[in-house]
Design a protein around this ligand. Sequence first.
Ligand code: CA
Ligand code: CA
Ligand code: CA
Length: 221
Amino acid sequence: MIVCNGAGASTVSATVRDAAGANVADGTAVSLNVYAGGISTPIQTTTTNGHASSTVTPFSGIVGGVTVIVQSGSVQNSVGVLCDPSFDTDGDGCPDVREVGADWRTGGERSPTDPWDFFDVPTPPLLPSMATGLRTKAVTLGDAIAVLSYVGTTSSNPTLANGSGAVYGSDLNHNGIQDGAEYDRTPSSVSGQPWRSGPPSGAVTIADAIVDLQQVGANCN
Ligand SMILES: [Ca+2]
Ligand SMILES: [Ca+2]
Ligand SMILES: [Ca+2]
């Protein structure tokens, strides 16, 4: 089992013998067809002492795994490369396997490569007076209240403090993401799915707190 983040790799090996059970001649063509999401990516290789192998690197965000069909001449066999279901490709706190689930309350109906669709924010809110806030992998009322602490901050005025002392451009938790962006989203544009949050808009407003309220109850633990 490997981490399917576009970098995790697995070596697939095949042994090719002829009808009499002997290794086929060196240089016999072997094709490894990697199937993922309906797309086949062929890898061509050849045998040495009856063996052929190649490295398979599943794309980022693949859930479950990929199937590799090994073919040489008219003979074929298959092997599965499993992805670690607990991996969180986009780092939003929801494991990939949860994000592709069917229920938004358990983290589903989301994308394992969209870091903005699970609106879990550091709580207590990141403020100069207290910068210890952490994400809990669950969206609660406390998250929506924390978003309120950032209302009025904007990326165009990243050092301007609001009434709570929050500024958009700080990075008090040192995660490389502007703190304002952590509390900033785009409201849902999908009819019937008010919980759906998009990428930061550049300004934290009441609308962000409302999107977060719509996600209260979503839990990826
Ligand atoms: Ca995730
Ligand atoms: Ca996501
Ligand atoms: Ca930050």
